[in-house]
Design a protein around this ligand. Structure first.
Ligand code: HEM
Length: 524
């Protein structure tokens, strides 16, 4: 049966309803305290502001044309969570696979993944424009986060620091450094001969002990004694722990309102590790300042300029600290990466053994110059730093206020930009079968080899690149010469690791079988 709608009654009911709402508003205005009215007004205005701002960020902001997750476009919460998760390498790589070569990572941030973007973001540009280091990433203050060679963002100030340290990286200094490296490399070989008879060993420890002892001697005038004691020194343990502290410090600046509450938000152990580490470093460098070593070390060059450049105690500690972390963790990571891939790719390992064992008749013949003449060793190390770069994430820079072109795309001024190292070195456009460890690609030169820049390029590229090559060549050659390693529970140890700028490396258990008679032990 057809239902008859009574429009009159609807109309009457509607009017009654409206008049009730009107009465309620009148009553509220008459009876509610003034503060509540202001509260509602403020909340409505705030809601309107957030809604229009969100729409502006998504559809009208100068970066709105760049693709990326909507949540990243409207707030930095996405960015914050990505950083503190420790999974940023994998998350950003997946975003590039989904959205393409350029991804909007935050309201004001872009990530690039093309080989041609290297020169536009990091190198000296033809148009003379400079993209400075992002001060929100390279966070500094006047105390334990004092500015140092890695974090200084002002180009002039940085140039002054770089000049001050350039002597420490001169050819003359490199010769001295090789002596120190040889000493600890022989100590490492000895430690492994001693340890390998007792079953599997964790190579992460052995490489950390060696590279931190080398840098400790160069920056603080004394090694940490880890290799000698076969035990990780507490300073090193804290450095490795405090990497998370730095990551949290960066992440929190993405949400400026939270900065005031950071001491409540940071995990307690992370905060404690950061503070303890800074204070210990200051004490160590002040102790070094009282010493007068015969052979100049990194500290000598910084201390010589201490008064002229008015370097504070915190800055002294920060420089020494930065050199140690930049120089040791990265080299150790490369070596762990190398032995992971060698033990997973027996043909490559066999070829490298043949090259190294064929070139030397005793381990003491292995020098930096002779190791540099071995093409397959260099190819293996290049391939390790491509497939497992020690610093795999993008290092953020800021575009100049007037904006600039990056890889043919116009990017507005004051935008944070970076090139995602992992995404660019694992892209099949640049490297055929990017997940396969194939050192031959560095000899055949058919891939886009210039896409891999583990030391970066331009005025902020690694200052220790020559020292790093000496170190990793000598250590790798000596270990391949002396031992046959095998990984326990063979798997790709590099896969799925967490990363807070530097990798959080799990234990790497290996057996080592001596391939040569044990040399005379080195006194450490
Ligand atoms: C395999 C080993 C190494 C790798 C992959 C590596 C990589 C890098 C990268 C990517 C940067 C740029 C960081 C940024 O933009 O924020 C850098 C900077 C730096 N590295 Fe290395 N590094 C290595 C070893 C060393 C060594 C042995 C030293 C010696 C102490 C060293 C000292 C430095 C310094 C002083 C800087 C700052 C340069 C500047 O801003 O002027 N690095 N390194």
């Amino acid at each position: 049966m057809q239902q008859i709608i009574n429009f009159d009654s609807f109309y009457q009911k509607g009017l009654a309803c409206l008049s009730q709402v009107g009465d309620a508003i009148h009553n509220f205005v008459d009876e509610a305290p003034q503060a509540a009215i202001y509260g509602v007004a403020i909340l409505s205005t705030a809601f309107l502001f957030v809604a229009t701002h969100t729409i502006w960020l998504m559809y009208f902001h100068p970066l709105s044309a760049f693709p990326g997750p909507k949540s990243a476009a409207i707030s930095n919460i996405f960015n914050f969570r990505t950083i503190v998760s420790g999974r940023s390498v994998w998350i950003i790589k997946a975003l590039h696979e989904k959205y393409g070569d350029v991804v909007r990572l935050g309201p004001n941030e872009l990530s690039f993944a093309t080989a041609d973007a290297w020169k536009d973001i990091y190198d000296r540009r033809k148009d003379g424009k400079i993209l400075i280091k992002d001060p929100k990433f390279y966070r500094v203050d006047d105390t334990y986060r004092a500015k140092h060679i890695v974090t200084a963002s002002d180009p002039e100030e940085h140039a002054q620091m770089r000049k001050m340290m350039s002597h420490a990286f001169s050819s003359k200094a490199l010769l001295d450094q090789e002596d120190v490296i040889q000493h600890y490399a022989n100590g490492l070989v000895d430690a492994i001969y001693e340890r390998c008879t007792r079953g599997p060993m964790n190579l992460v420890d052995f490489f950390n002990w060696t590279t931190f002892d080398i840098l400790g001697e160069m920056a603080f005038g004394e090694s940490f004694g880890s290799l000698k004691n076969r035990q990780t020194d507490s300073w090193i343990a804290i450095v490795l722990d405090s990497v998370k502290f730095t990551a949290w410090g960066v992440a929190i600046l993405k949400l400026p309102l939270l900065v005031h509450f950071e001491k409540y938000i940071f995990p307690k152990h992370v905060l404690a590790a950061g503070h303890t580490h800074a204070i210990q470093s200051k004490n160590k460098i002040l102790k070094r300042a009282e010493m007068h070593p015969e052979r100049p070390d990194f500290a000598s060059y910084i201390l010589a300029k201490r008064e002229a450049l008015e370097i504070t105690d915190w800055e002294l500690a920060a420089h020494a600290n930065a050199l140690i972390v930049a120089g040791s963790e990265t080299s150790a990571t490369t070596l762990n990466g190398l032995f992971n891939y060698l033990t997973n790719y027996p043909d490559v390992y066999a070829k490298l053994k043949q090259e190294i064992r064929g070139a030397f008749s005793v381990g003491t013949e292995i020098t930096a110059a002779r190791a540099a003449a071995l093409p397959y060793l260099t190819a293996c190390l290049e391939e390790t730093m491509r497939i497992y770069p020690p610093i795999p994430n993008g290092m953020p820079r800021v575009t100049p206020p007037e904006g600039c072109f990056i890889d043919g795309r116009w990017v507005p001024g004051n935008t944070v930009v970076s090139l995602h190292m992992w995404a660019v070195t694992h892209n099949p456009v640049n490297f055929k079968e990017p997940n396969v460890f194939r050192p031959e690609r560095w000899l055949e030169k058919t891939d886009r080899l210039d896409a891999s820049k583990p030391f970066l390029v331009g005025p902020r590229m690694c200052m220790g690149i020559n020292m790093a090559w000496i170190e990793i060549r000598i250590l790798a050659a000596k270990l391949v010469y002396h031992f046959d390693f095998e990984m326990i529970n063979k798997r790709n140890w590099c896969e799925g690791q967490q990363c807070y700028t530097l990798w959080q490396k799990p234990a790497q258990w290996m057996t080592g079988t001596p391939a040569q008679p044990r040399p005379i032990p080195t006194e450490l």
